[in-house]
Design a protein around this ligand. Structure first.
Ligand SMILES: [Fe+2]
Length: 295
């Protein structure tokens, strides 16, 4: 079963037009009514957004801007040590603000001249076919809220730090952006839900949690590792396996824990050949054969 649905807080549109984000009782913001009201308002922005129109600005508090500033400052130190050169070059090109949360519209304005990618607001979970499919057109669905300020270095859900620090810096690289587009084309091409899930799992183990050898060291390029203050210190100690499409497409993972099985590319060219080549050509038949090879 694909478990990503549990990763996002459910969002419910009420009959009166209001929107409610259903935070779990374990969520750090659960008992903070002001945070919850802001989460509801931010989710409503995404639900009411129409493609082709500017993304409405989300309201953030000073405390939330400080969360962004503190987390990005700490992550930048870790990126210098643990991120791939291609990711670091993307971050340099993109030039995200350090002291405040950028609005998604601003992220798009910075990104589009570089690789053509633009951001779309997402209230919560986006159906797999939409999320991946629009990558082919250069669109990236992104949540807009930020984690609760009481625990700045932890989030149970993908927030704007993950979406922008993790993904936009990678999307500023021509080569990574090309891989995102290929994943989107693959998601559009496959027909069965099983094949779509396979494509999405390969994405999970590469563009979300991929690692790569670089100058004899293990470096990360996956957005999930590069946006996680804790995980970025741990990935080198995980069970590191070689890139293997059949394994990546069929390995179950638990999104609520650090990823303990990671797949390593020997180089960016290796990633492009194996994973880019797969997404460029895969269809339901080739995926069924790969999946069967694991049984
Ligand atoms: Fe992500």
């Amino acid at each position: 079963m694909f478990e990503e649905a549990q990763y996002f807080a459910p969002v419910a549109a009420q009959e009166d037009g209001s929107v409610v984000v259903e935070l779990a009782s374990s969520h750090p913001g659960f008992a903070d009514p002001v945070y919850r009201a802001r989460r509801n308002a931010i989710a409503a922005l995404a639900l009411n957004h129409r493609p082709g129109t500017p993304i409405p600005a989300a309201e953030y508090t000073e405390q939330e801007h400080q969360v962004w500033a503190a987390v990005t400052r700490e992550l930048a130190v870790k990126h210098a040590k643990y991120a791939t050169a291609e990711y670091l070059a993307g971050a340099e090109r993109l030039g995200l603000p350090h002291e405040r949360i950028p609005q998604l519209e601003e992220v798009s304005r910075l990104l589009e001249p570089l690789t053509g990618f633009r951001y779309l607001p997402a209230a919560g979970l986006v159906p797999l076919r939409d999320f991946y499919g629009v990558l082919a057109d250069g669109f990236f669905h992104s949540t807009q809220y930020i984690r609760h300020h009481s625990v700045p270095f932890y989030t149970p859900e993908p927030d704007v730090i993950h979406e922008v620090v993790g993904h936009a810096n990678a999307l500023a690289s021509d080569r990574y952006a090309a891989l995102y587009r290929l994943a989107g084309q693959a998601a559009r091409r496959v027909e069965s839900e099983e094949a779509l899930e396979f494509v999405s799992k390969v994405f999970w183990f590469t563009l979300e949690f991929g690692v790569m050898r670089e100058a004899g060291e293990l470096r990360a390029y996956g957005a999930g590792i590069l946006s996680s203050y804790g995980e970025i210190e741990e990935f080198r100690g995980m069970d590191i396996r070689s890139l293997d499409l059949a394994a990546m497409g069929t390995t179950e993972y638990d999104i609520t824990k650090y990823q303990d099985v990671l797949f390593c590319a020997e180089s960016l060219e290796h990633l492009e050949d194996v994973v880019g080549g797969f997404w460029a050509t895969c269809d339901d038949d080739t995926i069924a054969k790969l999946a069967a090879s694991r049984i």
